[in-house]
Design a protein around this ligand. Structure first.
Ligand SMILES: Nc1ncnc2c1ncn2[C@@H]1O[C@H](COP(=O)(O)OP(=O)(O)OP(=O)(O)O)[C@@H](O)[C@H]1O
Ligand SMILES: [Mg+2]
Length: 399
């Protein structure tokens, strides 16, 4: 296996510093794992709920080390031609057309069809050479003359067959092309795999990787992230906002607010010129972090208490009816189980220009679990809260 570059980071603090310089706030555990990954040259598997910074970590690693980022976006039904390589059929065809006269010349003295076929077969290697190879991210990472960061994003969405294809690459950083031979990486890429745990990954894959479970950050780190994003919201309001978001994560919501949504909420409030948080404006804007009608209702109902634990809140909702009213909004009760709503969890804009390949239709899934009717209760927020609700949503591999 090729050696990783030993000089990208000098120590754990150096990782934290370099990441902070590029706008990514780490904690000790995250910086340590990243440092170890850079030294051991092992792939790093990041698991955790949506929006906790898994993809961003890979992007930041690329920026911090000056490496090119190659991204394989996984989806259901994806096959190895989109991950490893495929033959460029169009180019092969074009070449044969241009070389038609040359081919005719080659066959002019053949007496039978069988002889002509044999003569053509002798030219196989000309058409199955690197020239006609369309490299996809895994092969591209292996062939790159410069060390790269390879992001294999949302690997849990890929089929198990593709997972098997990844194994050779992850174990040896090599890719075999039967017609040509085996490509071995000159420089070990930094490989980051991310998963939302929509299904269990194979033990073979896990064994080959370092593993890090990313949870929602503690209040201090989330505030630091907000500061680093220069949202425009003043510090006192941002501190309160972080506490409120943490309180919302403690509710039984179908989808807990992610870090990116906290950032969006802070920006929204800043744009509205809010300097002091009060229940009204929070209720009016809570849909920035709550994306399901019932979540919006539950969040709105909880806001006054989250803002002020001593607040007296008039009881105005009824939990068992098909309709409940809150701030003039009309709820449709339990109707949010449909596939359309689940598909809506794939928010537009999640994938930027580095998005590789196409999402198979109907592959939208439910990262935060199906909708269950749970009474709106508030629990204390612990740092593992995200992981608990996250684990509860995982689709398990059949035993
Ligand atoms: N530690 C962090 N420091 C700075 N920004 C962060 C951090 N974590 C998350 N963010 C912000 O949150 C956004 C969302 O993060 P990211 O896209 O990496 O989430 P994810 O875990 O990959 O989510 P998903 O599972 O939905 O793909 C980032 O674009 C970034 O702005
Ligand atoms: Mg992601």
């Amino acid at each position: 296996m090729p050696d990783p570059r030993p000089d990208d980071f000098t120590d754990v603090d150096d990782v934290a510093r370099a990441f902070a310089e590029h706008g990514y706030v780490t904690d000790r555990r995250l910086a340590t794992t990243t440092f170890v990954m850079s030294r051991l040259g092992k792939p790093l598997l990041l698991e955790g709920p949506a929006g906790v910074g898994k993809t961003e970590l890979a992007k930041t690693l690329a920026r911090a080390t000056g490496r090119k980022l190659l991204r394989l976006q996984c989806y259901e039904g994806q096959d190895e031609t989109k991950a490893l390589y495929e033959w460029d059929y169009g180019k092969q065809l074009l070449y044969t057309q241009i070389l038609r006269d040359k081919a005719a010349e080659l066959l002019v003295d053949t007496a039978s069809m069988a002889e002509a076929v044999d003569r053509v077969a002798e030219q196989d290697s000309a058409f199955f050479s690197e020239r006609f190879l369309a490299a996809r991210p895994l092969l591209e990472a292996v062939r790159s003359p410069e060390p790269v960061v390879l992001l294999i994003d949302e690997v849990d969405r890929a089929d198990e067959a593709l997972e098997a294809v990844l194994l050779e690459m992850l174990a040896e950083y090599q890719v075999s092309v039967p017609e040509i031979g085996t490509f071995v990486a000159e420089h070990a890429p930094y490989v980051i795999l991310t998963s939302n745990n929509t299904r269990d990954l194979s033990a073979a894959l896990k064994r080959r990787c370092l593993h890090l479970f990313l949870e929602y950050p503690d209040a201090e780190r989330e505030l630091e992230i907000l500061r680093s994003k220069k949202t425009g919201l003043d510090d006192a309001a941002a501190t309160t906002l972080v506490d409120i978001v943490r309180g919302l994560r403690g509710l039984d919501l179908r989808k807990s607010p992610s870090i990116s949504e906290t950032i969006d909420w802070a920006r929204t409030l800043a744009v509205l010129g809010v300097t002091e948080l009060e229940a009204g404006v929070l209720a009016d804007t809570v849909s920035v972090v709550a994306k399901y009608e019932r979540d919006v209702e539950r969040s709105r109902a909880a806001l006054p208490k989250l803002l002020d634990p001593n607040a007296v809140v008039p009881e105005h909702r009824h939990d068992h009816g098909a309709h409940s009213h809150s701030h003039g909004e009309h709820s449709h009760g339990d109707d949010d189980e449909g596939p359309a709503r689940r598909a809506a969890k794939d928010q537009p804009g999640r994938h930027d220009d580095e998005y590789y390949g196409q999402r198979a239709s109907g592959s939208g899934d439910d990262k935060a679990g199906g909708a269950r009717e749970i009474p709106p209760t508030t629990r204390g927020v612990t740092s593992s809260q995200g992981s608990r609700s996250f684990r509860g949503s995982a689709r398990r591999r059949p035993v």
